[in-house]
Design a protein around this ligand. Structure first.
Ligand code: AMP
Ligand code: ZN
Length: 146
């Protein structure tokens, strides 16, 4: 493990990804280090669709301390490159859902790595809206310091 942090040993006995981390249910493991495991998604959007999962249980990205987020996401590019090479995809999306309204089904943080090819039929509804400068300024003020 790259740093000491109590969250790194947090598990949830009822969590399917914690069970995969513990080896209690099988997966097609692609990669593993002290902080994360990557395996093939059981219901892929494309060949090579993989999940990179922190070993520690946390429901949402903001529940993980920054050092753990850093340690886990450090492996995204490496896993993606291996998957792309294997399936011959020229690109990929990284997708990370937080909350049911955002499409999160498994309440254990995970990063989807989704290989993309031309005309693969995948995509987002990217319905960009217009906002006046004063509307953006008011919202920025409401958010405050982060
Ligand atoms: P999300 O909607 O972001 O929570 O995505 C959860 C993902 O986990 C889905 O793409 C599922 O297909 C995948 N998944 C669920 N159970 C397993 C499993 N046992 N092994 C591999 N992938 C799984
Ligand atoms: Zn878990």
């Amino acid at each position: 493990m790259s740093t000491e942090s109590a969250i790194r040993t947090t598990t949830d006995a009822n969590c399917i990804f914690c069970k995969i981390v513990a080896g209690q249910i099988p997966c097609h493991r692609l990669f593993e280090d002290g902080d994360a495991i990557a395996f093939l998604d059981i219901a892929p959007l494309a060949d090579g669709h993989a999940l990179l999962v922190p070993k520690a249980h946390a429901g949402r990205l903001e529940d993980l301390p920054p050092d753990v987020v850093g340690a886990v996401t450090a492996s995204l590019g490496r896993v993606a490159a291996a998957v792309m090479k294997a399936v011959g995809a020229p690109g990929y999306n990284v997708l990370q859902n937080n909350g049911a309204v955002a499409g999160q089904v498994v309440p254990h943080v995970h990063f989807h790595i989704i290989p993309r090819s031309a005309n693969d039929g995948l995509g987002f509804r990217w319905n960009a809206q217009q906002r006046a400068p004063e509307q953006l300024a008011a919202l920025r003020s409401k958010i405050g310091e982060i």
